[in-house]
Design a binder for this molecule. Structure first.
Ligand code: BES
Ligand code: MN
Ligand code: MN
Length: 462
């Protein structure tokens, strides 16, 4: 029988070329100018699943972009793995900071990827990682060794909040029934330090609007005599953290789970170099909540960050003006047990209450989702652990991630199954940033490792 490593070695050129073709289509879900491209990407993914051996492939229309559902059921008595991924990508802006165009993929060597990395928007998040599953499926069907049933659900709206996927999941519980959900849309610690993501943060995303005078004013004639919405907004935002960088919204920390000393000690064992971390970001110091390490700050602790702020005159030269309005987009990363709707309410109540006289403040909630943690003693985790051990020669480390995939908590609630997050990206892959890339080694290693998960999960389930 052929093993996955040999198969990957034999077909790697084609595997790379197929991914490159997929990356050429700008499937930007946030920007309606790319509607045709997003829909075309769904067609390409659907075809690839058919070619990889799925018996049934459906393009399910929604109120937004289509969801691709596919399956191969070999025996209803065998376990079923549901694979989730997304074919939409983030906008590439600021486009001028890319060293090669975001939708013209090229393979270039980097310090961490001497064998080459594919540079393109979506290379890692998530077209590249999603496509590893399509190719792993091809390997298992081509070599007649698919050990269990498999279902695929690939959506096109992850980067804009998965609103229509939530409805789809709620309405299709029987169709999506499974024993475990498998996702590659996260990262691992390093190429020689495999890890399994055991937690994701939740999210509450809001937009705030501060309105002062009914029109933009001359900053000489009126300056100092009326509230300046930009001055007010920045002061309000600054007050959301205290001198220890704790968030000041009343009730914000009420449900935050405090990890035990033992759990924190366990976390601290993961290899991490503060020096390299700072060097990679060109910063002279890290920053954050008092009493927590960098790895804790970006995984087990909730945060509040301004993602964008605007108002007044930002064009060339100077214009002496007091703006009528100022705006900001604010995200709060949440930890398990914090309810995102409750946190959104707390934010709104607090932010409106601290508005000084002379302005009105509006808070418009965008989207959000719950955080997620998964135990390391589940069958799925054990199967994943053995799969990494087989192909990396090392036991993977459990790691809680700071990112969010809000739909995962909903999967557990609606489908009653655990999600296993087998990510093969690196933090340095620049997802959502200019020059996003995905290591060729990582891509091929993912395709090699995934079939072992199928085997071990099926064996453990018996
Ligand atoms: N794949 C990412 C999330 C991620 C990346 C989790 C790396 C862990 C490690 C996903 O596509 C994403 O970008 N999620 C958004 C949230 C979403 C609601 C837009 C995020 O985390 O900002
Ligand atoms: Mn993603
Ligand atoms: Mn993303």
């Amino acid at each position: 029988m052929q093993d996955s490593k040999t198969y990957v070695e034999k077909h790697k050129k084609r595997f790379l070329n197929e991914l490159i073709d997929l990356l050429k289509i700008p499937s930007i879900s946030a920007d309606s100018a790319y509607k045709k491209d997003v829909i075309q990407t769904a067609d390409v993914v659907a075809k690839s699943l058919k070619d990889a051996g799925c018996d049934t492939v459906e393009i399910c229309e929604t109120d937004g972009y289509p969801i691709i559902y596919a399956h191969k059921i070999i025996d209803p008595n065998l376990p079923t793995i549901l694979v989730y991924g997304h074919y939409d990508v983030q906008p590439p802006d600021p486009i001028e900071l890319w060293t090669s165009p975001p939708f013209e993929p090229v393979i270039k060597a980097t310090e961490l990827h001497p064998e080459g990395a594919i540079f393109a928007r979506g290379a890692c998040d998530d077209k590249g990682q999603m496509y590893m599953h399509v190719k792993a499926m091809e390997f298992m069907t081509e070599t007649n060794q698919l050990p269990c049933n498999v279902k695929f659900m690939i959506e096109g709206e992850e980067e804009v909040g998965s609103v229509n996927l939530a409805t789809f999941v709620e309405n299709n519980q029987e169709k999506l029934k499974n024993d475990v959900i498998l996702i590659s849309d996260t990262g691992m610690i390093a190429k020689d330090v495999p890890s399994i993501t055991t937690g994701l943060r939740g999210l509450s995303y809001v937009e705030v609007e501060v309105t002062g005078p009914n029109r933009d004013l001359h900053s000489g004639l009126y300056g100092g005599a009326v509230a300046n919405p930009i001055n007010v907004l920045t002061k309000m935002i600054a007050s959301l953290h205290d001198e220890n960088n704790h968030i000041t919204i009343p009730g914000f920390y009420d449900n935050v789970e405090e990890l035990s000393k033992e759990e924190r000690a366990e976390m601290a064992k993961a290899p991490f170099s503060l020096e390299n971390y700072k060097k990679a970001l060109d910063i002279d110091s890290v920053y954050g909540e008092e009493g927590y390490t960098t790895n804790e700050r970006n995984s087990i602790r909730p945060t509040l960050d301004v993602n964008g702020i605007w108002g007044g005159y930002t064009g060339e030269g100077a214009k002496t003006v007091i703006a009528s309005k100022a705006y900001a987009k604010i995200s709060m990363r949440l930890v398990p047990n914090q309810d995102w709707k409750n946190i959104t309410d707390l934010f709104k109540t607090h932010f409106e209450s601290i508005a000084p006289k002379g302005v009105t403040v509006k808070v418009n909630p965008h989207h959000g989702g719950q955080g997620y943690v998964t135990p390391i003693d589940s069958l799925g985790y054990q199967a994943a652990s053995k799969a990494y051990e087989t192909t990396f020669g090392k036991k993977p480390i459990p790691q809680r991630s700071g990112g969010s995939i809000p739909i995962v908590a909903l999967f557990e609630k609606e489908l009653k199954s655990k999600t296993i997050l087998m990510g093969f990206g690196l933090d340095s892959d620049a997802i959502h940033s200019p020059d996003e890339h995905f290591g060729v080694w990582n891509y091929l290693k993912g395709i090699e490792t995934i079939p072992y998960f199928y085997n071990y999960f099926t064996a453990l389930k018996k």
